[in-house]
Design a binder for this molecule. Structure first.
Ligand code: ASP
Length: 439
């Protein structure tokens, strides 16, 4: 059995955290390939090393005084090294990095050094081989991740190495410059390595004990989801739940490798298993709840709309022309409503409205803003009677007015629209009916 193990920034923010990480790794000999992030925050007002690097590079590349900023970065690493008692100096590396910054080697290069240096420190501490991701993770000329070339290179490289540290977040371009994934991208590196070596499990260690049923900023101490499918997670992530980088599921999914989200600060917790499919039922009928504020609805009414060929297309085209993506589109006999992001819509609203008027001659167009969408996601809903009933009675009891209802044909989710001001109350009410009271 082989496990690929990724540790997030807060898991490697200090020497104390490094010790926890080493204990976790050494507890199981199957934990063979380790993907570190850059040191993250030690406390809530702290600054992540990645952000320090962006800032320092900004100064150096503009010819401004960057020295203090660079010193602060060095201190973060040197503190970890000395507190761990390692016989390691990064002075040479710092010199190369500094020269690179002054020579404008790029923002991606700058940001990637956080993972690169942390990888060296962790490999030294564990006594494992260090592999520079620039040698095995590749992007093409257009900056797109080159999955197949990378897969072969990682598999080949690791075939002869039993234990290794491979830094997250970056790889190299065909011209040998460094490129990073988007923020939080070490999750993707872990997934890529897991796929390449056909790991049995991809463990992703962070600072929460798994994916939570609801946002902890809204629901006090929410339950942890035991098992979730990739599809369910995608629905929740799209609606704002953030545990794992969105793109991290694609590589492992190709090989059917499960992901286990674990908590470095509570290693005894089992965390959440993310799987392709499962016969395990969700504990609470629903798997999770997530939501987003800030939507606008544009409702169009026209007599005989239903028999007018191409009406919907003409309406939607006006949004498309202005580059506005559509979230939902519930419709009635002579009405249709289009849900869009408020932020995107306000910039182009007059163009869209004029276009709809010109091309479809509606009787009325109504606009309402400050709508929140809440997704209630669960593979168990399909086979459980009364789920929708419970949701709406909970919302009615909480005196929340439902503005829209949409159930996907996959029956994996029900989406409700409520006023922004009812957003938190609605999530709490739905959580309570399924989890707290378990009616
Ligand atoms: N260090 C990078 C970031 O802060 C990547 C990562 O942590 O996954 O976004």
């Amino acid at each position: 059995m082989i496990k690929v193990v990724k540790f997030g920034g807060s898991s490697l923010a200090s020497a104390e955290q490094f010790k926890k990480v080493a204990n976790i790794i050494k507890a199981e000999k199957e934990r063979r390939y380790i993907i570190p992030s850059a040191p993250g925050k030690r406390y809530s007002a702290d600054i992540k090393v990645t952000d320090m690097l962006y800032e320092c590079y900004g100064l150096a590349s503009k010819g401004k005084d960057y020295k203090q900023s660079m010193e602060n970065i060095k201190t973060r690493y040197n503190e970890i090294i000395s507190e761990l008692g390692l016989d390691l100096s990064l002075e040479n590396e710092f010199k190369i990095i500094e020269a690179g910054f002054v020579g404008r080697s790029g923002r991606d290069y700058a940001a990637s050094r956080g993972e690169y240096l942390n990888g060296i420190v962790l490999a030294t501490y564990l006594g494992y081989e260090f592999i520079d991701s620039a040698e095995v993770i590749f992007f093409d000329d257009y900056g797109n991740f080159d999955a197949e070339r990378t897969n072969t290179a990682v598999a080949e490289k690791l075939s002869g190495i039993e234990y290794a540290v491979i830094p997250g977040f970056y790889g190299s371009m065909p011209n040998d410059t460094i490129k990073t994934f988007s923020r939080g991208g070490s999750d993707i590196t872990g997934s890529i390595v897991a796929r390449a070596i056909k790991a049995d499990l991809y463990e992703n260690w962070t600072d929460v004990s798994g994916v939570l049923v609801a946002d902890p900023r809204i629901v006090d101490n929410p339950a942890v989801i035991n098992t979730i499918t990739y599809k369910e997670l995608r629905e929740l992530s799209y609606m704002g739940a953030s545990v794992l980088h969105e793109d991290a599921i694609f590589p492992v999914r190709k090989e059917g490798i499960p992901i286990n989200i674990r908590n470095t600060n509570a290693p005894e917790d089992e965390g959440t298993m993310i799987v392709e499919s499962t016969s395990k039922k969700s504990e609470y009928t629903i798997t999770g709840i997530a939501g987003k504020r800030g939507f606008t609805t544009v409702s169009i009414e026209k007599d005989m709309m239903n028999s007018e060929l191409g009406f919907c297309r003409k309406v939607l085209e006006e949004f498309e022309k202005q580059g506005i993506s559509i979230e939902h589109m519930p419709s009635g006999i002579d009405t249709m409503s289009v849900f869009v992001s408020q932020e995107d819509f306000v910039k182009k609203e007059q163009e869209v409205l004029a276009g709809i008027h010109r091309n479809t001659h509606p009787d009325t167009i109504d606009i309402e803003s400050d709508i929140a969408l809440i997704a209630i996601v669960g593979r168990g809903m399909k086979s459980t009677r009364g789920t929708a009933g419970r949701i709406f009675s909970a919302l009615a009891h909480a005196r929340v007015n439902v503005r829209m209802i949409d159930q996907g044909s996959s029956e994996l989710n029900i989406i409700v629209g409520v006023d922004d001001c009812d957003f938190e109350k609605a999530i709490q009410a739905i959580y309570d009916i399924f989890v707290t009271i378990q009616l």
